[in-house]
Design a protein around this ligand. Sequence first.
Ligand code: CTP
Ligand code: MG
Length: 410
Amino acid sequence: MTVLPVPDAAIIVVAAGSGTRLGADAPKALVGIDDRTILRHALDGVFAAAPMQVIVVAPAGFEGDAETELRAAAGDRADLGRVVVGGDTRQRSVAAGLAALWADVRIVLVHDAARALTPSALIDAVTESVRGGEDAGVIPALPVVDTLKRVDAADVVAAVDRSILAAAQTPQGFPREQLEAAYAVAIASGAEYTDDAALFAAAGHAVQHISGAERAFKITVPADLERARHLLEDAAEPARAPRHSAASLPRVGVGTDVHAFGGEGNLWLAGLEWPGEQPLSGHSDGDAVAHAIVDALLAAAGLGDIGEHFGTAHPEYAGAHADVFLARTRELLGEAGFVIGNVSVQFQGNRPRFSARRAEAEQALSAALGGAPVAVAATTTDGLGFPGRGEGIAVTAVALVVAVQGAPVR
Ligand code: CTP
Ligand code: MG
């Protein structure tokens, strides 16, 4: 029989939260993404990394479920795994995990089960970085992409320089001795920290960061679960179109939309509000121009259609305006490895009189798409058809997208 070496690293996978913001009827870690739970996916990543002790911190009463997930993910390395019961704060859950460390462990990683799709390479990178460092903590972090503002109630008080900020992820890695000591101090003082790195730093230790991973995002709200589902679906069907030399060519997509005039309030069209104009009816704000653009972009990237991503099954988009739809669409394309080339859209309708606000509309739509040029045209139909009778608006959009080099092409 081969005797396997005892690993000198351990990972504490905290999964004891209730998942209030996700709002499912089970603890978050036990919610399914596809046919596997959040916890199972997290553990699949952990067991694909270099062997280490794996401590799963489970919600009280769900130890058995956690044990089942652990065994399934561990395969023939069940000897590495163990389940303990968590506490009523994340910090207490981590402390419960620390108490179960093997004597030989020198490096401890603390990881949110909620970061279910974290690549195993990131786990290894954190371990190696702690191993190669001088007793510093190591966290994965991503640059902040959004423009940040300091606010006070409704007022924007100041701009914040995002170049000096980074968004922290897990797993966060630490030298064991220092982490245990820092936890002992925190528990004795009753102080609660936002993450393990903050607790570790409060004890006077250095913390460094390495490059995080987009896929290490935390599943917090239902939209995050949706994002994880899409990422997994994409991996499961890597080719909706065959991979061949055409993959390097730009791709076009077409989208159309029709909305009838009706309802209360002002018209929303082409990303703008039109005071005094009759609104269009629809699940969201009825902005048929924005909806046709979304369909064209999704089609170009082979990502399905608007109903799939924003339909009535997604109540969070009820009443949403173009900027929300377009920004999310751009994000979906980005995740699938596409950048937007340009968009051309034309609507048929008697109203609104569009030309005076064309530049404003194009700018708003383009801004929501991260700056990709958007051209909007309007035409009447010589009194013919429903647009000509003033019953509604018909829109056609064409989008061009390009697969970024090295990205998966479907
Ligand atoms: N966690 C834990 N014990 C707690 C609270 C949180 O082990 N008492 C874990 C969660 O299971 C999760 C991670 O810490 O993997 C990050 O926490 P969060 O995303 O906030 O999860 P929840 O606390 O479950 O969610 P919510 O805050 O929405 O209730
Ligand atoms: Mg929480």
